[in-house]
Design a protein around this ligand. Sequence first.
Ligand SMILES: [Zn+2]
Length: 225
Amino acid sequence: MSQKAYIFVGPPGSGKGTLSKLCVDTFGWLQLSTGNLCRKHIAEQTDIGKQIDFIIKSGKLIDDQLMTDMVDCWLEEVTTTNTTLILDGFPRTVEQVKRFVEMTNSKYPQLEVQVIRLLISDDVAIDRVVTRYVCSNRACQAVFSAKNDSGLGSKKEMVCDYCGSLLGKRTDDTEQVMHNRLQVYRKHESDMLACLQKAHIPVVEFTGEMPIEDVFNTFVDAVIR
Ligand SMILES: [Zn+2]
C-alpha cells in the first residue's frame, strides 16, 4: 500500500508553515519537524542525540548525513502507519535531496512523494514576515499576523489562540534581513528543485499570495481532492 509524503517548499512568508499546521489539524497528518526531532533525540540521549548535542555545543551545523539519519529514524516510525506525511524544512539542501531520494527508493518504496511549491513575490513575502508574530511557546510556534486582511489575527492582542502564550517577533523577521534571506533562498530553491526534478518527483505549484484559507482550499481541491 502506498503512503503519501508531501515536501512543502517556499520562501519565508509563503505560508507553508501555516498550511502544514492546517493540514495537521484538519486531517491528522504527521509533520516532520527537524527542530523538535533534534530536541527529542537530545532529551532521550540516543546515539543521534549525543552527536547533535556535541555539534551544537561546539557551535557547528548539523551535517546532511546526520540530518538524514534522523529523518530515517522518524520514517521508520511513521511508515508503520498509513498516515500522510508532511516534510517542511527537510530536505533543505541539494545533498539532503540526494540522500532522501536514495533512502526512500531503497528503504521506503511505498512512499509516494510529491513536492508542493508555494510561489510568492519578494514584496508580498517581506510584507508578511515583517507583520507576523509567532507564539513564544516552542512546542506551539503558531503564526499570527498584525494585518487585518490576513485572516490570521489573534483573538486576544499578542496572545496565542492555541496555547495562551505570549506572541513575539523573530529577530530575523525584519525587512533588511529578509532581503538577504530571500536572495539566499531563491538560489537554493532552484538548485533543489532541479535535483528533485531529476529524481522524477512531481512538483505542484500554487500561488501563496492568497489568504491562507484559500491556499488551503486550493491545495485540497487540486492535490488531495
Ligand atoms: Zn501557542
